[in-house]
Ligand binder design. Structure first.
Ligand code: GTP
Ligand code: MG
Length: 278
């Protein structure tokens, strides 16, 4: 049982005491909800008569989340394209593989675009995944313009009748101008042949509240449509997935919990919270 689960299990269903409030607050901070979210949740706990504390808390958290759909975009009549973005090492390439595998298992045809052209190793990594999963991959020459690789990939994906194109990009610490220039260019160029339907920000669940600041910069620069939180298997928290969604009002669509290709799940806040609280 997690420590929050322990707290709810021991809670004796009478009005929460000041000591219990302090304890609850610390557990929420430790679980990576962040200060302002923890304060909002504590307000709810204070108002509860205690008989329904866990349900009131779950309801108020769900109420604070995005109302946008959580399923990945799908356009059966044409190519559907996902752009994957995020800072260094957050799990972008692995997530591309996980999503491709999931879609393939559901009967969709998928093409990958290796647009992290700055490092040969990045292309090799995605190529290995593509071979393992059994999906085509489009790569460019080393140091090729990522936008031109993405453009060729979109053309090829349309040519080979793929349902979905997933574009992997380089991870770097960016400022807003660079992001708009690089990712904005990929989007502009690809849009000449097919629109980008999802811009997914990959958030490393172990980076704490700092990850939310990164997500904000990307959102301001390119307008992200969804978030994937990774590495929740190695995170003490889990609250981060809810906190980033609350702050940005952009839905978390998936979460990753391991290095394996199947270690990804759809994000259902109710189920996720019940799991966090047990
Ligand atoms: N434990 C765990 N490890 C993960 C998860 N997702 C990715 N990783 C690992 O994190 C490391 C970085 O993953 P990548 O997919 O290469 O990350 P990236 O964002 O593409 O990295 P760059 O392209 O260098 O920016 C690898 O060792 C992955 O196996 C996850 O959900 N859980
Ligand atoms: Mg990568």
């Amino acid at each position: 049982m997690g420590r929050l689960g322990d707290f709810f299990a021991k809670f004796n269903r009478t009005k929460i005491t000041p000591e219990e409030l302090v304890n609850f607050s610390e557990l929420l901070i430790d679980a990576d909800f962040g200060r302002s979210y923890a304060e909002q949740i504590l307000e709810v706990a204070k108002k509860s008569d205690g008989s329904n504390l866990q349900e009131r808390v779950i309801d108020s958290i769900i109420e604070s989340l995005s109302k946008a759909p959580r399923n990945l975009a799908s356009h059966p009549e044409r190519l559907t394209t996902f752009l994957i973005a995020g800072v260094n090492g957050t799990g972008k390439t692995t997530t591309v593989a996980k999503i491709a595998n999931k879609l393939k298992l559901s009967g969709k045809t998928v093409t990958l675009a290796a647009c992290d052209t700055f490092r040969a190793a990045a292309v090799d990594q995605l190529t290995t995944w593509a071979t393992r999963i059994g999906v085509p991959i489009i790569v460019g020459k080393e140091n090729a313009d990522p936008a031109s690789v993405a453009f060729s990939a979109a053309e090829k994906a349309i040519e080979n009748g793929s349902d979905v194109l997933i574009i992997d990009t380089a991870g770097r610490l960016h400022n807003k101008e660079n992001l708009m220039q690089e990712l904005g260019k990929i989007e502009r160029v690809v849009s000449k042949v097919s629109p980008i339907d999802e811009k997914l920000f990959i958030l490393d669940g172990t980076t704490g509240q700092n990850g939310i600041e990164q997500a904000k910069v990307f959102h301001e620069a390119i307008g992200i449509s969804g978030i994937v939180v990774t590495k929740l298997d190695g995170s003490a928290g889990g609250g981060i997935a809810l906190a980033v969604e609350r702050d940005l009002q952009v839905p978390v669509k998936l979460f990753g919990f391991g290095e394996g290709v199947a270690d990804i799940s759809e994000f259902d806040p109710d189920r996720y919270l019940r799991n966090l609280f047990t």
